[in-house]
Design a protein around this ligand. Structure first.
Ligand SMILES: Nc1ncnc2c1ncn2[C@@H]1O[C@H](COP(=O)(O)OP(=O)(O)O)[C@@H](O)[C@H]1O
Ligand SMILES: [Mg+2]
Ligand SMILES: [Zn+2]
Length: 512
C-alpha cells in the first residue's frame, strides 16, 4: 500500500508550509533568537498545518545544526529522527482519547524527566479542547511552572472551548483556511510529481470542496487519482457528487415551462434507473445555487462544465431572483427532509410541485412586465357553485355555520382510518370551506384535485363524517377555488399535498 499523499507531502521545512506566513514568521524569529516559548496554542480548521508546524517546531528546537537560521536542517540525527517518527522527545498526545485527569497527571510525572535525545521535550496535545475540566486544571498547573526543558504545543479546532486560564498561559497562533488558488497550486505540484493527470478545473473544484483545508484537498486528489484515469472536471464532479446531470436540467426546464407532469416523470425515470435520491436533491440545490450566484454576478464561483454554465446563464435570465431563491429553499428543505420513510421520493415530488405552483403566483404579485404562461393550475377560479333551482335568493341560508366545519375539519380528518390516506391528503388540501343551504362546498386548488376528490365513496365518507359530527345531512360539492378567502387556518400544508396529488401523486400511507 502506498503512503497517503497527505502524509507524504507534509512540509519538512518552514518555507513549504502554505498560507500560514504570519505564524511561521513569528516562530522562525524566536528560533533564530533562541527565545522559544514554553506553551503554544495552535488554533484553526482541520488540515491547515497545526500538527505540521508543531513538528517543525519540535525539530527546529532540537536541530543540531550550528546555524540557528538553518534549523530544522533535516540532515542531523535529530531532524532525521523526527522525520522518521522515532524521535523520543516529541510526544504527540491525542486529547480526544486521553482526556482524563489521570492522563494529564501521568504526563506531568513524565515531564520532569529530562529529554532523552534532544534539548527539549516537546509535547503536542492535539484536539486539546477535548480535555475534561479536571484535566485542564492539571494541565494548567504544568503550564504555570513548566520545566525548562519542556515545550507544549496545544492544538485545537475549537478555541472557544479552551478555558481562559489556559489561553492566558499560551502564545496563541491562529491558522487560517488556505486560499483556493494556493491549494490548487499545491495540488498541481503534487500531481506533477506523482504523474497524476489532472485538469486545472478539476483541481479547482477539489480545492473548493475542501473549504481551505489542505489535508482534505490532498485526500480528495488521492481518491480521484486511484481511479487511474485522467482527473477531468466531469470525473471530479461525479466522484464529489456535484455533477449537473441531464435530470437536473430537465427538472429545471419543467419548472420553467410549468410542466409538472414532465418534471415528475423525469424524477421517476432517474430514480428507476438507479439515481440516488439524496444526491439528486442536492444537485438541484447546487444548480439553483449556481443560478443565484450567476444572478448576483458571481459566475466565476460556479463549478460547472462550460455547457452547464451556458445553461445556467440562460436559466439565470429566465427566472427572477425571487423564483431562484424560492427554488433553492424548497429543494434544500427537500434534501434535508429525505429521510427515506415509506415513500422517500415524496419530499422531492412535493418540492417540485411547490416550486412549480408558486413562482407563477409570485410573478403576478411582483407585477413583472413579462408575464409567464401558466398552463397548469388555471388562475381563473370557478368559485361559484352551480345553482340548481330557479328563483334564487342571493345566498341560501346555511344549514350550519361554515366556520364550525372549518374548525372541526382537522379533527374530522384525524378520525379517518390510516388506510384512507388519500382522502385525508385530499381533505387536507381543501383550500376553502363554505356552506350554502344544505350544500357543503369544498374549494380545491385545481380541477385535477376536484376530480380526485369527486369520487362517490369519498364524497359519501365526508358526508358521513359531517353527519356523525354535526347531525346534519349535507350534500358535498367540490369546486375549483384558488381564492384565499375562507382558508381553513389549520390546513398547514396549504396545497402542498394537493399539488403533489394534482400532479399525479397518490398518497398510500401517512406518517403521524
Ligand atoms: N499549511 C499547509 N501547507 C502545506 N501542507 C499542509 C498545510 N496544512 C496541511 N497540509 C497537508 O495536510 C496534512 C495534514 O496537516 P496537519 O498539519 O496534520 O493539519 P492539522 O493538524 O491542522 O489538522 C499535512 O501532512 C500536509 O500534507
Ligand atoms: Mg493535527
Ligand atoms: Zn537538524
Amino acid at each position: 500500500m502506498t503512503q497517503a499523499l497527505y502524509r507524504k507531502y507534509r512540509p519538512k521545512q518552514w518555507d513549504t508550509v502554505i498560507g500560514q506566513d504570519h505564524v511561521i514568521q513569528t516562530l522562525t524569529n524566536s528560533i533564530k533568537a533562541d527565545r522559544v516559548g514554553h506553551a503554544y496554542l495552535f488554533a484553526g480548521p482541520r488540515g491547515t498545518g497545526k500538527t505540521t508546524v508543531a513538528r517543525l517546531l519540535a525539530k527546529a528546537v532540537n536541530c543540531l545544526n550550528e546555524d540557528p537560521t538553518k534549523r530544522p536542517c533535516n540532515e542531523c540525527d535529530h531532524c532525521k529522527a523526527v522525520n522518521e517518527n522515532r524521535f523520543m522527545d516529541m510526544i504527540e498526545i491525542d486529547a480526544a482519547s486521553n482526556n482524563g485527569v489521570d492522563d494529564v497527571r501521568d504526563l506531568r510525572e513524565k515531564i520532569n524527566f529530562s529529554p532523552s535525545q534532544g534539548k527539549y521535550k516537546v509535547y503536542v496535545i492535539d484536539e486539546v479542547h477535548m480535555l475534561s475540566g479536571g484535566a485542564f486544571n492539571a494541565l494548567l498547573k504544568t503550564l504555570e511552572e513548566p520545566p525548562p526543558h519542556a515545550i507544549f504545543v496545544l492544538a485545537t479546532t475549537e478555541i472557544h472551548k479552551i478555558p481562559a486560564t489556559v489561553l492566558s498561559r499560551c502564545q496563541r497562533h491562529e491558522f487560517r483556511r488556505v486560499p483556493i488558488d494556493e491549494i490548487v497550486k499545491n495540488l498541481k505540484e503534487i500531481a506533477a510529481t506523482e504523474n497524476i493527470q489532472a485538469d486545472e478545473e478539476a483541481l479547482t473544484l477539489i480545492a473548493r470542496q475542501s473549504a481551505g483545508g489542505i489535508r482534505d484537498a490532498q485526500s480528495l486528489l488521492d481518491q480521484l487519482s486511484s481511479t487511474g484515469t485522467k482527473i477531468t472536471l466531469a470525473l471530479a464532479q461525479q466522484v464529489l457528487g456535484t455533477a449537473t446531470s441531464q435530470t437536473v436540467l430537465d427538472v429545471i426546464n419543467s419548472v420553467l415551462d410549468h410542466q409538472p407532469a414532465r418534471g415528475l416523470e423525469t424524477i421517476h425515470k432517474a430514480l428507476d434507473s438507479g439515481a440516488d435520491l439524496r444526491s439528486l436533491a442536492r444537485q438541484l440545490v447546487e444548480y439553483t445555487r449556481g443560478l443565484m450566484l450567476i444572478q448576483m454576478g458571481n459566475a466565476e464561483q460556479v463549478e460547472a462544465t462550460r455547457e452547464v454554465k451556458t445553461q445556467m446563464e440562460a436559466h439565470g435570465k429566465a427566472f427572477t431572483s425571487t423564483d431562484v431563491l424560492r427554488m433553492m429553499k424548497i429543494f434544500n428543505n427537500a434534501a434535508v427532509d429525505l429521510r427515506g420513510g415509506w415513500q422517500p421520493s415524496l419530499s422531492l415530488e412535493l418540492a417540485l410541485a411547490e416550486v412549480i405552483d408558486a413562482p407563477a403566483e409570485s410573478h403576478q404579485v411582483a407585477a413583472t412586465p413579462q408575464p409567464k404562461p401558466k398552463p397548469v393550475s388555471a388562475p381563473v377560479a370557478e368559485s361559484k357553485p352551480e345553482v340548481k333551482s330557479e328563483p334564487q335568493p342571493v345566498v341560501e341560508t346555511p344549514a350550519i355555520n361554515s366556520n364550525d366545519i372549518v374548525k372541526a375539519w382537522k379533527p374530522l380528518i384525524a378520525t379517518l382510518p390510516k388506510t384512507n390516506a388519500t382522502l385525508s391528503g385530499l381533505m387536507n388540501s381543501v383550500r376553502n370551506i363554505d356552506v350554502q343551504g344544505k350544500t357543503l362546498i369544498l374549494g380545491m386548488a385545481s380541477d385535477v384535485l376536484v376530480e380526485k376528490l369527486n369520487k362517490p365513496d369519498q364524497i359519501e365518507t365526508i358526508q358521513r363524517l359531517i353527519k356523525d359530527h354535526f347531525h346534519v345531512d349535507l350534500s358535498v360539492r367540490c369546486v375549483v377555488n384558488n381564492a384565499k378567502g375562507k382558508l381553513p387556518t389549520h390546513v398547514s400544508q396549504d396545497g402542498m399535498v394537493a399539488a403533489a396529488i394534482q400532479h399525479g401523486g397518490e398518497i398510500v400511507d401517512m406518517d403521524e
